[in-house]
Design a protein around this ligand. Structure first.
Ligand code: SF4
Length: 337
């Protein structure tokens, strides 16, 4: 155990360090996750000092577009879009450019900072890339919202094409620790994923990479994931909480306890003070009535649902942000509803 006079001063010391961009040590990170429930609000308060310093009262809203759904050849145990499992997830082929453009317009109307086109694939085919690149060029010209894509594994050439088309950021989650990865997915490796983040970064795109909490991991796995995301240079870190999907191997798991989820988000904030830490998929079912507290730590959310589950919707999200005294940040300023 770390010997400081009071637990509260420990959390404040972590905040002081984080304000100077000094990350917690591994053992300090473990202390955050192991802290008793009654320490959680003190931890959130300390994390809020960091959030407020680097991100003010702004919230970056992201909107996901499931551009190609289901029938994925990969076997990620948490995912209802895998062809290996019988699930009720929708299946449809790659959307047309016009539909992706329309989605971007709606995202902008919803106050989005970023529009993220996602495909359920091992990696993008050349035809997928043609569509995504053309959609990106037109979104940049005609809509004016930042673009992220999540298309599975990349090669250096494919990453270059996306960057040249104007994709700002590429999402590729590490999902969990290196140690546990093989138990979550067998059709590709943790190293494959790290390599794709390198290709995307070398091509000039920012890296969005996070993970999913609640897949049976140990606390050490959460800490390892958190530090690994620093190593891959993520500028956006979605922290998802497992919402167990029927038909998947993880359907029997339970959502994590909301106070624990707040400590997880706080850990990510201390380790990633300047980056966009997102209270991401599963936030509604995990935090339940404590959901607004996550905004004291995270400076970003998705609105209007996730890839295979619906969220609480943009009106409720905007109301929550206003109730917290915060404002959505959009390209070029603040969002005015
Ligand atoms: S997480 Fe992505 S790669 Fe894995 S099964 Fe789902 S859609 Fe496919």
């Amino acid at each position: 155990m770390i010997s400081t006079p009071t637990a509260s001063s420990l959390w404040e010391n972590l905040a002081d360090n984080s304000l100077q961009k000094i990350a917690p040590t591994f053992s300090e990170a473990m202390e955050i996750l192991k802290a008793p429930r009654e320490d959680t609000l003190s931890i959130v308060h300390a994390a809020y000092r960091v959030r407020r310093h680097f991100h003010g009262n702004k919230v970056r809203i992201h909107v996901l577009q499931n551009a190609k759904s289901g029938a994925c050849p990969e076997d990620c145990g948490f995912c209802s879009q895998s062809s290996k499992y019988e699930t009720p997830a929708a299946q449809y082929p790659m959307m047309e450019v016009e539909s992706l453009l329309e989605g971007a317009r709606k995202a902008k109307e919803a106050g989005a900072w970023k529009y993220c086109m996602v495909t359920a694939t091992r990696g993008p085919s050349n035809r997928d890339l043609d569509v995504i690149c053309e959609a990106t060029r037109r979104i940049k010209q005609e809509v004016g919202v930042k673009v992220c894509t999540s298309l599975g594994l990349l090669t250096a050439d494919k990453a270059k094409r996306l960057a040249e088309a104007g994709v700002d950021r590429f999402n590729h989650n590490l999902e969990t620790s290196k140690r546990l990865y093989g138990k979550i997915v067998s059709t590709h490796s943790y190293e494959d994923r790290v390599q794709t983040t390198k290709f995307a970064k070398e091509a000039g795109m920012e890296i969005c990479s996070g993970g999913i909490i609640g897949m049976g991991e140990e606390l050490e796995d959460v800490v390892e994931l958190c530090f690994a995301l620093r190593e891959v240079g993520a500028t956006s870190v979605p922290v998802n909480f497992l919402d167990p999907r029927p038909g998947t191997p993880f359907s029997h798991l339970k959502t994590v306890e909301p106070y624990f989820a707040l400590r997880v988000l706080s850990l990510f904030r201390f380790v990633h003070p300047e980056v966009d830490v997102r209270s991401a998929g599963g936030r509604e079912v995990t935090f339940r009535s404590l959901q607004p507290l996550a905004l004291y730590v995270a400076n970003s959310i998705f609105t209007n649902g996730y890839l295979t589950t619906s969220g609480q919707g943009e009106n409720a999200d905007h109301q929550m942000i206003r109730d917290m005294g915060m404002v959505p940040e959009v390209a070029g300023g603040e969002f005015n509803a």
